[in-house]
Design a protein around this ligand. Structure first.
Ligand code: ZN
Length: 145
C-alpha cells in the first residue's frame, strides 16, 4: 500500500481515503443504509472535526461510526498517518509524539488494527506451495553461483 504523504495531509483527501479503505460499500447510515447524500449535516465534532450526519431515519452518525476509530476523537489526518506508521513498524512512542496522541491510544489502535488485519487474512492455504518450494531452491542455487 502506498501513502502519498503530501496529499494525505489534506482533510478532504484523508476523509476520502478512509471511506475508500474502511467503508468499501460506501459511506452510509449504519441503521437504514441510506447514502450520506440523503442525510443532513447535523453538527461538527469538536476534537476530530468530523461532520455528524442525521439520516432521514433520525439516526446520527459520522465517518468513524461502526469502525475501530469511533470514540477516539482523532482527525482524519491522524488516522491515515497512524495507519501508515503502524504498517511501517514505527514505535508507538514515536507515533504518539509525531501525531500528538496519547501513548495508550496509539497502543490500543495499533492492537485493534493488527487484530482486524489478522481476522481478514484468508485461512485457506496457498495452492501453489510446490512452486514456492521450487523458487526457494532456485534462489538458493543462484546464490551459490
Ligand atoms: Zn438511516
Amino acid at each position: 500500500m502506498e501513502f502519498p504523504i503530501t496529499n494525505l495531509l489534506d482533510k478532504e483527501y484523508c476523509t476520502q481515503w478512509i471511506i475508500e479503505h474502511f467503508r468499501p460499500s460506501g459511506f452510509r447510515c449504519p441503521v437504514c443504509a441510506a447514502g450520506v447524500d440523503q442525510a443532513r449535516e447535523f453538527r461538527t465534532t469538536k476534537r476530530s472535526q468530523l461532520t455528524v450526519y442525521r439520516c432521514c431515519c433520525q439516526a446520527t452518525y459520522n465517518l468513524y461510526t461502526g469502525t475501530l476509530f469511533q470514540q477516539h476523537h482523532l482527525t482524519p489526518m491522524q488516522i491515515v498517518l497512524l495507519i501508515r506508521g503502524v504498517l511501517k513498524g514505527e514505535p508507538a512512542t514515536t507515533l504518539a509524539a509525531e501525531l500528538v496522541l496519547n501513548y495508550q491510544t496509539v497502543l490500543t489502535l495499533r492492537h485493534d488494527l493488527q487484530a482486524q488485519a489478522e481476522r481478514l487474512q484468508p485461512d485457506t492455504p496457498l495452492d501453489d506451495d510446490e512452486t514456492e518450494t521450487d523458487e526457494m531452491f532456485q534462489n538458493a542455487g543462484e546464490k551459490r553461483l
